[in-house]
Design a protein around this ligand. Structure first.
Ligand code: SF4
Length: 301
């Protein structure tokens, strides 16, 4: 059995910056209530490590960032790497909160593009419903229209001077069908593809894999970029592609009789978690013994 460690994988620069910002904020402000508006990144191990620094989280998938702010009444509020719309920023300031913004530069770039475009036209924004990045971007203007699948675009007839853009963590394959459907309705639309470099190179590395029986993606099921990596594995023809939280989710049945197993991870997954998976697989490949670690945990960076 051969274990392929896919490169690049794991933390992206946006996630590293968000974690560093959170840690610095907590350490520089002892005694001040520090609240993260949503999950810093979609990985529970990272969230748990932040909690140990004293950072409080407000999170509820059924509530918008604007609604979640009702649960923050004092101290510092940190906006996550996914970004927020202007209304959230205004409300935080009106409440007298100190704002620390950990929005990723790639998301800020998309915000700048759409903010400029809505002055003279409409934006079709391809993204995931209820995802915080999509919420933050579409909340910038009511001229930004969320499209989640090719059929969705029919909901928006009569748009003017259309720009098509997208959430940064989508699948480079999946997005093509949706763009095609948008262009059938708006052939003159301008396209600004905004899948971030980190997401793209991780997916391309999976697409370049040859003759693998199994792709294991280490990542949280709430992480869109991790889910998209697993999907990319399926689309690239790998017979089996699974998303697991950590080495504890490995099963001997999953890996028995496989010749080549590739391992990658989403950009919000700590490298320690991926290393544990690779070590467990390598030990099995070398000795035939399937031994899971007793526990998993991670340092922030
Ligand atoms: S996945 Fe891309 S957009 Fe998201 S934090 Fe990382 S670099 Fe930024």
């Amino acid at each position: 059995m051969e274990i392929i460690s896919v490169i690049p994988r794991g933390y992206c620069q946006g996630v590293v910056r968000a974690i560093q910002t959170a840690r610095r904020t907590a350490q520089d402000n002892p005694g001040v209530k520090v609240t993260m508006l949503g999950m810093i990144v979609h990985n529970r191990y990272v969230v748990d490590a932040c909690r140990q620094l004293g950072i409080r989280f407000v999170e509820d998938k059924t509530r918008t960032r604007l609604e979640l702010l009702d649960q923050v009444d004092e101290g510092i509020v940190i906006f996550t790497a996914h970004g927020v719309c202007d209304a959230v920023r205004r409300k935080a300031e009106q409440k007298g909160l100190t704002v620390v913004d950990a929005t990723c530069q790639d998301v800020i770039r998309t915000h700048t593009i759409v903010r400029e475009h809505v002055k003279n036209g409409d934006v079709i924004y391809i993204g995931k419903k209820n995802h915080p990045e999509a919420e933050g971007t579409t909340g910038i203007s009511d001229r930004i229209h969320l499209v989640t699948c090719p059929e969705d675009v029919r909901r928006y007839p009569g748009l003017e001077n259309v720009l098509i853009t997208n959430q940064t963590t989508l699948s480079i394959i999946e997005i093509q069908d949706i763009i095609r459907a948008c262009l059938e309705m708006y052939p003159d639309a301008v396209i600004s593809k905004e899948i971030c470099n980190a997401t793209r190179v991780r997916q391309e590395a999976v697409l370049a894999l040859k003759d693998c029986d199994l792709l294991i993606v280490v990542g949280d099921s709430a992480s869109n970029n991790s889910r998209q990596l697993a999907l990319t594995g399926k689309q690239s023809g790998i017979p089996q592609s699974v998303l697991i939280d950590s080495a504890l989710d490995l099963k001997e049945d999953m890996i028995r009789n496989k010749n080549r197993i590739a391992v990658t991870s989403g950009s919000s997954t700590p490298n320690e978690l991926t290393s544990q998976v690779i070590d467990t697989l390598q030990h099995y490949a070398d000795t035939g013994e399937f031994i899971l670690p007793d526990s998993v945990s991670c340092r922030l960076l």
